[in-house]
Design a protein around this ligand. Sequence first.
Ligand code: UDP
Ligand code: MG
Length: 320
Amino acid sequence: MQLSVVIPLLNEEESLNELLERIQAVCTQRNISYEIIFVDDGSTDQSWEIISTFSQNHPQVKGIKFARNYGKSQALNAAFKMVQGEVVITMDADLQDFPEEIPALMKLIVEDGYDLVSGWKKKRYDNVLTKNLPSKLFNWAAQVISGVKLHDFNNGLKAYKKEVVKSIDVHGDMHRYIPVLAKNEGFTKITEKEAPHQARLYGKSKFGTNRFIRGFLDLITVWFMSSFGSRPMHFFGFMGTLMFLIGFLSTAWLGIHKLIKVWNKVPAQLVTNDPLFYIALTMMILGTLLFIAGFLGELIVQLKRKRTDDYIVTQYLNIK
Ligand code: UDP
Ligand code: MG
């Protein structure tokens, strides 16, 4: 199979028909062997019924239904486990992305050998204040911190080599950082392709403005995990040593200072009257705590917890 199209969706009943038709049209015209995996992330409208009907009439259409709304990342993760196509393309269900982009994206993966291609909506049709500006800032920060040069991390339209999606674990709200996760796994041939984008035709956006706050927090997590995820002691040990040294040297200074005064029979005040004493004490305690955190981190990494899924699927369609 050449292509798997993965579509996470939450209450998108109005657009599903057109979406399916356009994907099928492109694939048939180009003679691409494909599957389409719809992941219903807890829709409360008719979305699942529509997908079920599709799946009866079209063997290429597969469906995964979540027990409730778990999030776009979980939806992508569930589908990534099932995909069979050599190229995997993710696409939003709201028709803001164009299915007609599929052949061009596939070409970049198959012929030009890229591991990941991200869509880039150079011209956006979203609200300027609530989306475009914050998103510029967000993408800039993500570029600086992750070192992955993309203009549009959050774009739902992305194409991957199959191996890429099989080796990453998309959890939490990490769908925004899949390129960073891929890079951490060693898939560094990442590029972007300008892709047309249109305003939402039906329904409304499923993410509020709090996406940016969550996005930044996740960015810090991604940065930490990619720098120290497998070696927490390198972070905590360094900070701990630094703090402990400052504390230790300050204490030593206080002690020696006092001893010299006593030795010379100069009247000396109590060590505890010096503010430096408290700073030194705090530093030494913090340093020790950071070390303990580092050791605990290493222990946890070593336990190599078996990955467990954080969602429950209630039904599968056309998937064995
Ligand atoms: N989506 C989802 N689960 C969620 C939120 C969104 O599967 O909890 C889907 C949604 O149906 C759409 C895609 O993710 O297919 C992108 O969502 P949306 O269009 O609301 O995001 P935006 O375009 O505003 O960034
Ligand atoms: Mg959208």
